[in-house]
Structures are given as C-alpha cells and as structure tokens.
Design a protein around this ligand. Structure first.
Ligand code: PAF
Length: 290
C-alpha cells in the first residue's frame, strides 16, 4: 500500500490503523508489527525486513513513549527525526506507519498500567524504576490496537523481549512474538538510537562494551567455569576502559533471566554501562559446547 510518491502512508489515530489492518486481514493477508520509538538504525530496519519477509504486510509504529522514560533528560534528548524514519521504513518495505501523538495513546483520564512481575525486578528493572511498566503498557496497547499476526523485537533488548513474550503468553494476546538478532556496527557496538548521543571520544571507547561481554561469554562457554570472577573482571575492565559507571554485568538463564553461577543451561551475559550521560545496554549468548 505504498503511496504513489513511494512514501509510506502514515496514520495517527487508532481508528484508521484498525480500519487498514482489518481490511488486510479480511483479504487473507498476514500482518507483522514493528514497534519503535523512531531514531531508526539498521537494527530497526532488520526488524522491518524480517516482518516483510514473514508477513504480507509490515506495519511499523513510531511513538516515543513517555511512560517508559525514568529520566526527564533522557526523554528530552531522545533522537527524533520523523521524515528520515519514514523514508527508511519505506525503503525497508513497510506498508503502513502508525505514529500517534501522546494524547492518542494516553487520552485524558488514562490510569491503567500493564505490569509483569519478577522478570521486571532484575537487571534494568533495578536501575530504571517504572521503565518496564511503561514498556508493557504501551506494547500491550499497540498489540491490541493493531492486532497483528506477529510482532518483532530485537534481542539487543533481551530483557524487554523476555518480558513482552511472557506478557503475551500470560494475557493470551493472540500474536506471535518474533525475536530478531542484534545488529552491530563493524567494530561490534550494538546499534542503538542512543549511540547518536555519544561524543566522538565516547564513540571510540564504546566497542569495548561488546568486546568484554563477548569475551566473558566465551570464558563461561560450556558451563564449567564459575561466573562470579569472570563477571567481576568484566566490570573492572569496563571501568578501566573509560566507562563512567557500570550498572551491571550478569550471567542469566536465557529462558527466564534466573541468575546463574555457571552457564549450565542456555544463558546470556547481559550488561548496562554509562559513557558520560549515555547509558548503553547489550547482551550476548553464552556459546554452548558439545
Ligand atoms: O524497544 C523500543 O524501542 C521500545 O521499548 C518499544 C518496544 C518500541 C516500546 O516503546
């Protein structure tokens, strides 16, 4: 449903979104949803391309969700460039963009919250109060508004992916959550909208983050080694390498984020660390041996 000028059509209200998706589904088409907050990079475009490969229609959403920002400065500095985002989404094959204003998503009197317990009380949940309630509330709304067949989330935000998958299962929302591999820059840095906020010096330091996580995962591969000393070394290396603060580097079970002392089941090493006022998160799978 590309516009005649090659642009992707944009709707800003829920009724129009529903109308278009309903017509597609009535015609037997399948719909893939790609929720984003804009500030798009190749990681988002990989989600859109996979949606388009697996579904006959791909719908992206652009909404900087105020409810998931725990710091006012972070919300204010979040990169926004809708014209650029729309042209990238058109290039990735998206058929429709839903880009609502805050008042459309949270009209006056909106008082509901969708909250997932346990999985949100660890890792980023400890460092960003209220963040995941904001994520699950908006993702639940977007899924119910669009009613897609599949929805696409990057493994870069592994905790978010795990939480959204559990929410969908617990609430029996009729959608399949599809994980998509993290997309990295040539030097290993995981693509993220906030990378744009790094200074030139910070950008040079940033790839150490992925390097340390990958080396730690390699050390813990196969499940023989104790995790604690390797995780302590990882945190120290980041501190010595110019990261101003390390929120965490942890080994967790891939299925349910349970803490592990060894990688004796499918596991990920997850981290969050600061370069000045920019917070980076990343995670890598621990290789399973033999
Ligand atoms: O990952 C993101 O960009 C956001 O958390 C999401 C899923 C679009 C919800 O606002």
């Amino acid at each position: 449903m590309r516009g005649r000028d090659g642009r992707v059509p944009v709707v800003r209200d829920v009724a129009s979104l529903r109308q278009v998706v309903k017509a597609w589904r009535a015609a037997g088409e399948t719909v893939g949803l790609v929720p984003t907050m804009g500030g798009l990079h190749d990681g988002h475009l990989a989600l859109a391309r996979q949606a388009k490969e697996e579904c006959s229609r791909a719908v992206a959403t652009i909404f900087v969700n105020p409810k998931q920002f725990d710091r006012k400065e972070d919300l204010e500095s979040y990169p926004r460039d809708e014209a650029r985002d729309l042209s990238l989404l058109a290039g990735a094959g998206c058929d429709l963009v839903f880009a609502p204003e805050v008042g459309e998503m949270y009209p006056a009197g909106f008082v509901s919250t969708v909250s997932v317990s346990e999985l949100t009380e660890v890792l980023d949940g400890l460092h960003r109060p209220g963040h995941f309630d904001g994520v699950t509330t908006v993702v639940c709304k977007l899924l119910l508004q669009a009613l897609p067949d599949r929805a696409y989330f990057g493994e870069k935000d592994f905790q978010q992916l795990t939480i959204v998958t559990r929410m969908v299962r617990d609430l029996e929302i009729p959608v399949t959550i599809r994980p998509v591999d993290t997309v990295r820059e040539a030097d290993g840095l995981a693509m993220a909208s906030r990378n744009q906020l790094l200074t030139a010096t910070q950008r040079q330091l940033a790839p150490l983050f992925a390097e340390v996580l990958m080396e730690t995962a390699e050390e813990l591969a196969g499940g023989a080694a104790e995790a604690a000393p390797a995780l302590t070394r990882a945190r120290l290396r980041l501190g010595r390498g110019g990261f101003t603060k390390v929120d965490y580097v942890e080994l967790r079970a891939a299925a349910d984020l349970a803490p592990l002392s060894r990688a004796d089941r499918p596991a990920r090493v997850l981290g969050a660390a600061w370069l000045g006022s920019t917070r980076l998160i990343d995670n890598v799978p621990v290789p399973e041996r033999g």
